[in-house]
Design a protein around this ligand. Sequence first.
Ligand SMILES: Nc1ncnc2c1ncn2[C@@H]1O[C@H](COP(=O)(O)OP(=O)(O)OP(=O)(O)O)[C@@H](O)[C@H]1O
Ligand SMILES: [Mg+2]
Length: 403
Amino acid sequence: MSSHFKFILCEPKKPVRESLSKMLNSMGDLFLESECSSYLALDEALQASIPDLVVIGIDEDLPQALAMIRKIRAQTPSVAVMAVSSRNDGQTILDTMRAGAKEFLTSPVEMSDLAQAIPRLCDGRTKTSGPATSSGVIAVAGVTGGVGATSLAVNIAAHLAQTPSHSVALVDLDLSVGDADIFLDCIPEYTLIDVASNVSRLDLSLLKKSMTRHESGVYLLPRPVSLLDNEIITPDNIGRVLSVLRSAFTHLVIDTSKSYSPVDLVALNFADHIVLVTQLDLPCLRNVVRLLMSFDEYHGLKEKVKIVVNRSNLQSNQISIKKAEETIGQECYWQIPNEYATMAAVRNNGVPLVMQAPLANITQSVIGLTNSLFHVTGPENVVEVAAAGGGARKQWLGFLSRK
Ligand SMILES: Nc1ncnc2c1ncn2[C@@H]1O[C@H](COP(=O)(O)OP(=O)(O)OP(=O)(O)O)[C@@H](O)[C@H]1O
Ligand SMILES: [Mg+2]
């Protein structure tokens, strides 16, 4: 998903580091993950996250720098290393290349040298490091209050985070009354406001530090604390926040608000999938139809919608899937069963389904939905929804009269 190559810059000499940082940051495809002023700090940064590229100044302590390059090559061979030095004697260059550096640039580095070296390092590499992984952005949107949108968003994110190669962020865009933090039982230090206000200054490590990591592995970006702060979140800065997050994480799950505000619409446009959560009752289905009609006004929005029926077996006399699909004019993508006790425990304990009740039917259903969205497994995980006629578009008024 990432459209950037993540890099870590390590240069103990401050002026050289600043100059390199400026040049590297001005290169479109590169994203600074962290800046280290010592080889020890580089070692620590590499424990926290694996970049695509390490740029290392070797003059401060050549033996230590070479040992560090050897370690990177041995432990994370996918990481490309570029060494920078004011020494250009043959022996230093040879030793550095033998340690495992792929490029050697002589300091002071010229922009033109970097512009030639970076594509050589990055060519043929995928733009995210680590093992191959599915990736993407899902917006989870409820068609009315209380349909289970947050439950789904949190639990999709928690399931995604179980795969070690994934890094997952959950953004609570329900700015006024969002409760994703409750579902994850955490008291975040920072909120969306902190990230949105500083978005142009954030590097990846700072971004991750601004987010709360839940023990499931999910990084949470919660809604603002005060209602008065909501106006700080604008369509413009939320777009930039989401772009930065997309660079930093393999998966982004966005819990949108029910107001379908301009900020929500930015998120819906940004997403690869829109999970539209409904239940099988009249007010919900009427809203599904209304929302799909409205999405039709925006280029490419409706095509991304996956209708997910939550609490599908809530009541025996509820509207059937077949009737719902006829009314909506679109197939329902997935059904999540009603399991009140399990969901109540999840919410009250602040522990996601995959941790609280991994074997429950509802957990398996959320896992199946997530895997299907990200093509993690084959269609055998797809829970078949009742067969539907499908063709009857925009007939909700007829449906109302049938009721
Ligand atoms: N499949 C389910 N089975 C039983 N209960 C569920 C299910 N999904 C959600 N719930 C319950 O429904 C309630 C509302 O869920 P949730 O808060 O996720 O909805 P929401 O759409 O995010 O609501 P809001 O409009 O407040 O944002 C919660 O008590 C939750 O435990
Ligand atoms: Mg909610």
